[in-house]
Design a protein around this ligand. Structure first.
Ligand code: HEM
Length: 143
């Protein structure tokens, strides 16, 4: 489980990088057409988020800081800050962020103009990145 936690922890850098790249590419091509590389950058960001979701679910069902914490604390968990931060806030913020990324991709597919595609990508990905940054438990990490 320690190895899985380490992989989950380090994947955060790839996700942050992929999110920034996708945002920068949407900014650069804002006044141009929605091109293949912009779509690839956004797809990579979404795939990394989905991989992280899978690893996160494995952790949630096996780590003492996931479901097990819920089982032992019940709703009192909200009053124990360190456990609440990881077993509740972290999970909720990340699920929300991943949902925002998926909504962006499906809305971009349906958008009729390139300008709209850039705008949806920018708005949703910036929001997702803020949620991810807020949800990362920085205080319990050494690097
Ligand atoms: C973009 C998405 C995510 C990022 C960047 C992320 C990042 C992290 C980081 C940096 C840690 C701390 C690891 C450590 O203490 O060494 C962590 C822990 C954890 N994450 Fe995530 N996470 C994400 C999504 C999720 C999701 C969706 C779930 C659950 C469905 C989840 C469940 C957990 C759990 C249960 C832990 C605690 C593991 C433990 O202490 O044993 N994560 N996550």
């Amino acid at each position: 489980m320690e190895t899985i936690k380490l992989i989950h922890s380090q994947t955060r850098w790839l996700i942050l990088l992929a999110g920034i790249v996708a945002i920068v590419m949407a900014m650069i091509s804002y006044k141009k057409e929605y091109n293949k590389s912009e779509n690839t950058a956004s797809l990579v960001f979404m795939i990394l988020c989905d991989i992280q979701l899978l690893i996160g679910l494995i952790l949630f069902f096996n780590s003492p800081n996931g479901l097990e914490a819920w089982m032992s604390y019940g709703f009192d968990l909200v009053r124990v800050a360190p456990i609440r931060k990881i077993a509740l806030e972290h999970v909720l913020l990340m699920l929300l962020a991943i949902m925002v990324v998926h909504v962006a991709r499906s809305r971009v597919k349906r958008a009729s103009t390139d300008k709209e595609k850039h705008r949806i990508t920018l708005r949703n990905f910036i929001l997702a990145l803020i949620l991810i940054l807020a949800g990362i438990p920085w205080d319990r990490l050494k690097f």
